[in-house]
Design a protein around this ligand. Structure first.
Ligand SMILES: Nc1ncnc2c1ncn2[C@@H]1O[C@H](COP(=O)(O)OP(=O)(O)OP(=O)(O)O)[C@@H](O)[C@H]1O
Ligand SMILES: [Mg+2]
Length: 227
């Protein structure tokens, strides 16, 4: 068994008076590909944010790599592709390589010049996601599926142990979905990156993942093993 990536115990969380999680316990281990499923408003995104320490549980304990999630600071170990990323302003004038390199730049101060090493890293992750040759393209000119792969490349640039994705396939056509799942399998099996993915695409997701966490009415209902 791999190391423990996330551990939640008796997690409760409310927005004001609205209790959206009412005692959930689970864990995710290194090497797993876990799907989080459940109807609209079942707190899938909220659970992901709690896992990443972006929200703090009202009760219970959330740990990332054995540390309290809300004080965890080893962020290069984590990639997060939020639900909001697909709303990325298409008029934003940045190029693909600028987008992919932005975290690398942030790590050493925004105003320092990008190093050659970073350029090589950007090339490499673009190759992994099948977007080599697109470095100079404007992000706004890419298709939904291509943009998605650029955001995955950005997450990969920091060499994460685990990748967390919130509904990465919304607005992405069937062919790009197939490409996406192929890429996820490579990341998971060849690169050993643990994957946690929220999706509505329950049928397909269940075939692809090693395990699902099913949320409903503030609780986790019996998960299933995938294929
Ligand atoms: N910032 C917020 N303030 C108040 N209520 C919120 C906030 N974010 C989410 N909620 C509420 O909490 C509940 C869970 O929301 P959440 O976004 O986690 O669900 P979800 O399962 O991700 O839904 P979807 O499938 O639509 O993405 C919903 O009832 C939602 O309205
Ligand atoms: Mg959501």
């Amino acid at each position: 068994m791999g190391k423990r990536i996330v551990m939640g115990k008796d997690i409760e969380f409310s927005y004001g008076d609205n209790k959206v999680l009412d005692g959930v316990s689970f864990h995710i281990d290194e090497g797993e590909f876990v799907g989080i499923i459940g109807p609209n408003g079942s707190a899938k995104s909220t659970l992901l944010k709690l896992m990443l320490g972006l929200l703090k549980p009202d009760k219970g304990k959330m740990e990332l790599f054995g540390e309290r999630a809300d004080s965890f600071s080893d962020f290069h170990k984590l990639g997060y592709i939020s639900q909001e990323v697909r709303d990325f302003n298409p008029m934003f004038p940045a190029t693909v390589e600028e987008i992919v390199g932005v975290n690398l730049a942030a790590r050493k101060g925004l105003f320092k010049k990008r190093k050659l090493r970073d350029d090589a890293r950007i090339k490499e992750v673009l190759r992994v996601v099948g977007m080599d040759g697109f470095g100079k393209s404007k992000i706004g000119n890419l298709s939904g599926g291509q943009k998605q792969r650029v955001f995955i490349a950005r997450a990969l640039a920091n060499n994460p142990t685990a990748l967390f994705m919130d509904e990465p396939l919304v607005g992405v056509d069937q062919e790009s979905r197939d490409t996406f799942y192929k890429l996820m399998n490579i990341l998971n099996r060849e690169y050993g990156i643990s994957l946690v993915m929220v999706s509505h695409d329950i049928e397909v997701l269940s075939e692809q993942v090693s395990r699902t966490i099913r949320l409903n009415d503030g609780r986790i209902h019996s998960g299933q093993d995938g294929g």
